[in-house]
Design a protein around this ligand. Sequence first.
Ligand code: GCB
Length: 630
Amino acid sequence: SMKGSGGAISLHLDGMLFPRESSSREIKELNGLWNFRADHSLNRNLGFEQAWYKSRLAESGPVIDMPVPASYNDITQDPRLRDFIGWVWYEREVLVPSGWVSEETRVVLRVGSAHYYSVVWVNGIKVMEHEGGHLPFEAEIVEVLRNNPGGACRITIAVNNTLTLQTLPPGTIQHIDDPTRYPADYVVQNTNFDFFNYAGLHRPVMLYTTPKAYVDDITVLTTFADNIGLLSYQVSVLGSPNPTVTVTLTDKDGRCVASSTGPSGVIKVTDANLWWPYLMHENPGYLYSMGVSWAAFIVGSVYEDVYALPVGIRTVQVTNTQFLINNKPFYFHGVNKHEDADIRGKGLDWPLMVKDFNLLKWLGANSFRTSHYPYAEEIMQMADRHGIVVIDECPGVGIKDIRSFGNASLSHHLAVMDELVRRDKNHASVVMWSVANEPAAEMPPAGFYFKTLMAHTKSLDPTRPVTFITDSNFARDKGAPYVDVICVNSYFSWYHDPGHLEVIPFQLNTQFENWYGKYQKPIIQSEYGADVVPGLHTDPPMMFTEEYQKMVLQNYHDVFDRKRKEYVIGELIWNFADFMTAQTVTRVVGNKKGIFSRQRHPKAGAFLLRERYWRLANETGLLPVGARYP
Ligand code: GCB
């Protein structure tokens, strides 16, 4: 009765395996300083008109240093760059080893993510375009390099952060033409989401090689029976008509525990170590390494490709009242995050990433949601290794305008789910897909839109439950009929009845009863919280003080503790850390609902939550009693 058994992940795209070095693959990282120029021309189109990609960027105008990965917004002191709308240009020259430019080798240029729309040239020749700010894209470039012996390779990337009604997330551009009240050419980007629209090359850019015939994609589905782990795999090799595929499974100690041949098959592992969430097992996040290789002997030489994929063996299942991982009830006690920090904005940052995982573990959090867009693959890999369970969300945030429910929006949204599932399907940590956050789910077109979107996601991956996050009225929500788990956000005593903590027990209880009564599906409180300006104190508690956040949490927790005995299967605090937003009258240099400040210093709420999460872990996990506070 496992949801995972018998399913198959079906995608119509080529693969997007994370680049890994092996005996047949090399990587050249292109992180560091790039040349940069924002196109401040009126129509923002001068770069295309003058073909800035045709020669070195410094030849067509002034350039500045720009670090990659990072958002460009907070790097300089220029407010026009922080709030820039339109095309910016990045450029970097790299020398390619001569051995790479050969008939037997593919050289691939890969961008981890660039927000929002990108065009990429190599030596002045366009090699790819990509829409969407949070997922990787790549192109083979060896043909371009062949025309340019000597190895010089000039990479130019133009990135445009403009959001429209058809982008994901959506937005609108507003031109105001009123010389009595606004300067000439006054333009603003409006959005319906609550985080700063950081832009730039947010994740690593790299070149990597594979042989001409190569392992393009791997899909692994896992289940188990008694002590036998079962991995059904599918390997696609491109560039060879009849590849001989070999698959080996290696345990953490480097011992080969099973193997198989053929492009698809089922591997059996006796005495399998299952992948368990953090605090649910003394050895969480157990990963095997699945070595996939292709080899052929042609006229005296060996051609081969080798790729090693980390895999965890685990199952996921949803009942009317429970979320089961490996057949055991799992209670989400975790956080919502953002990719956000001082100076680097949404750029991937290793110290920040490791710090955040250390804080999650300190907190006793067993899960997070990738609010409100896919996070870096490096983060997903950390979650796999540490046993942190992930609800993987696509950038469907702020879908509020009825024009964003049309065909153009829907087909792009479907394509983004294709790309997200393709990228993240093999992560053991990912237990559920979220297709959107707080859309206008009561609007008439929302029913067809979410029915289509969730059916599509299930057809891509029948092994994981699918949801979206709602703040709509339970009786009028047109997306909720199609979800596997109801995920509700609410801010009682904050946006409603501000200052009145005493409403929480009533309103939260009613919220749960309403949703469960209508749908008989398990419920996650996917957001709740309150802003705190660190260091503000009052008694009795007032909004924005540390005491008030504590009291909001406490009041929510009392209701969770009653309802988790019935059908509430999780609670995710909004938010892990303070984060930057657009400037508005309700934000004090950003959203302050973090239990940690933006610099990751704990507020009072963090200590309260830490007590609670460790207590919950002891109650609901499989840890020996007394394993608190390691
Ligand atoms: C929400 C949104 C989140 C906001 C949060 C808030 O419901 O999902 O993106 O940041 O509320 O603090 O208002």
